[in-house]
Design a protein. Sequence first.
Length: 271
Amino acid sequence: MKNERRPAKKSLGQNFLVSDGAIKGIISAVMADDGLPVFEIGPGRGALTVPMAAGGTQIAAFEIDEALAEEAAGRLEGLENAEIVLADIRDVDLDAEAAGRGWDGYALAGNIPYLLTSTMLLGLPSLERCRRAVIMVQKEVGERVLAAPGSRNSGILPVYLQSYLAIKKVMTLKPGSFRPKPKVDSIVLVFTPVSRENAPGNCEGFLSFLKSAFSQRRKKLANALRAVPGIPERTELEKLSGVDLGCRPEELGLEEWFALYAAVAGCEDDR
Ligand code: SAM
């Protein structure tokens, strides 16, 4: 048990789950009774990995810290259905990993370091084989993700994620659920793919458009969009999309975003 004496690495967001209730709640959201295999991001000492594997779930967990990877692997000894992979999750193509294992679909679980939150969340819509993702985020970020497009707290994360995913809060966790204790509360969210008729098929293109549109959120959309290369002029774009570009970006609902992006992308295709 030499690793239990190693100090947790703050730079890797090492706050380990110690609350049985939280561990059970997260596992039940990940498993959801459909027997999907699981990819886990950052197993740490195996707080989630070991009970899931012991219940028979197929699981592969990606850990960047060699000593922790060894410790978790030691706890999984004898369980053929579980594997710890020493890797930086940012270099892992989860869909390709799933294909290599013969998994058509998988659930994704992660009590992830807060530094990775945006990267991981923004990657979710393009994961084709991911059927469900259960991700822990800082409470404020979770609240932002859940904000309704068209409301004051709207932004890139809620518009982009809600375009492709249904998002539900599972639980809120206080710092006492972890060792060492983080400074902030956390929220566990479940993301499930949804098919919205008008959501752009090119999700990466849509994300880059949203980044431009929200680049000057206090200003009118017409101003922010001027920087988008090759964009039609304002009256033309308003006519094509039916969206008033005198609005600020947080005022637009999902369908308005879809219509606006369709108009912009349509003009790009015509060139
Ligand atoms: N799942 C464990 C738990 O709930 O107790 C550990 C969670 S801890 C918040 C985050 C884990 O992610 C740590 O084990 C850390 O070493 C690992 N980690 C940090 N950055 C990572 C990265 N880029 N790729 C893979 N794992 C990473």
